[in-house]
Design a protein. Sequence first.
Length: 320
Amino acid sequence: MRRDIPSLLFAGACLSLLMAAPATPAAPAAVPTPVRAVVLGVTQDGGVPHIGCQQALCVRARRDPSRRQRVACLGLIDDRAGQRFLIDATPDMASQLESLNTGRALADPRRPVDGILLTHAHIGHYTGLMYFGREALGAHAVPVYTTTHMAAFLRANGPWSQLVALGQIELREIEPGRETVLTPSLAFTPVRVPHRDELSDTVGYVVRGPTGALLYVPDIDKWEKWDRRVEGEVARVGTALLDGTFFSADELPGRSIDEVPHPLVSETAARLGELSSRVVFIHLNHTNPLLWDDRLRRDLRGRGFTVATDGLVIPLERAR
C-alpha cells in the first residue's frame, strides 16, 4: 500500500526538515507508533566538519557544535518488544546510541543496543564497533548481523578479531534475500548492491514493520549496475532512504569522482520522479550543496523528494 512520507512523519520530525541538526540532537518526541525507524546521522563517512575541509560549511561547524553533522545511520525501534537496533556502526556510534536510548533503562549497560546490522566495510559503516572493545565499553555479546564475507573480514583482522575472541560482539551471518526476524514486529532482508567491495561485499536492507516497510541503500556505485530496477524496489516500500552522496560530478576538485562512484542526486531524481514522495536522500558528502543550499532543498521538496535530517522518524505501522 502506498504511503507518502509527509503523511507518515509526525509533526516534530517534519519541522526538523527546516532546521540544521545539532551534533547530538535530543531524541524525538513521542510518536504515534511504537515500531519505527529514526535517522541518527545523514552525512558520508567523514561527517561534518570533514577532515581537511576548509569550506564555509566545515568552518562554521568547527566554531559552532550545533552545526556538526553525524555520519549516516538508522535506528530501528520496537517499543512493544523493548528492543532497539542500529543499521551500521559509525564513527559517531557513541553519540548515536545516546540518542537511540534516550528514555530507555538499559538492563545491561554493557549491551547498549540489541543488535547492529552492517552494510559493508567502509569506515563510516563499521568502525564504530571499536567502542565495544576493552579500551572503551568492554561490551557483552552485542549481536552484529553481517554477510559471510564481512564476517570473515572481521574475524581475520584486528582489532575486530579481538572483539569476536573476547565475546564483545557476536557475529550472526545473514544471507542476501533471506529474511531475519528481530522481534515479533520487526524483520529485515539484506539486499546485495554493487559497490567498491575492497574488503567485503555490500548490502542494503529492506526493513518491515507491522504495516510498513522501508528500503535503506546508503551506498551504491550506480543504479544501472544493480541487478534490480531501483524503480521496482522503491515502489514496493513506503519509504526509500537512498544514496545521496553527490549532487553533481564536479564536487571533488583535482580528483575524479570515478574513484568513488555514486549515483548523482540529479540522476536518482530523474529516474524516480513518479515515486518522489517515497524517496529520502541520505549519506550526503560534505561537498554536497544540499547540506547548505536552501534553494536546492526547496526545489527537491517541491518535486516531492525529502532530504534526510538527523532525528527524522519513519513509522513502520499505522497510528491507532
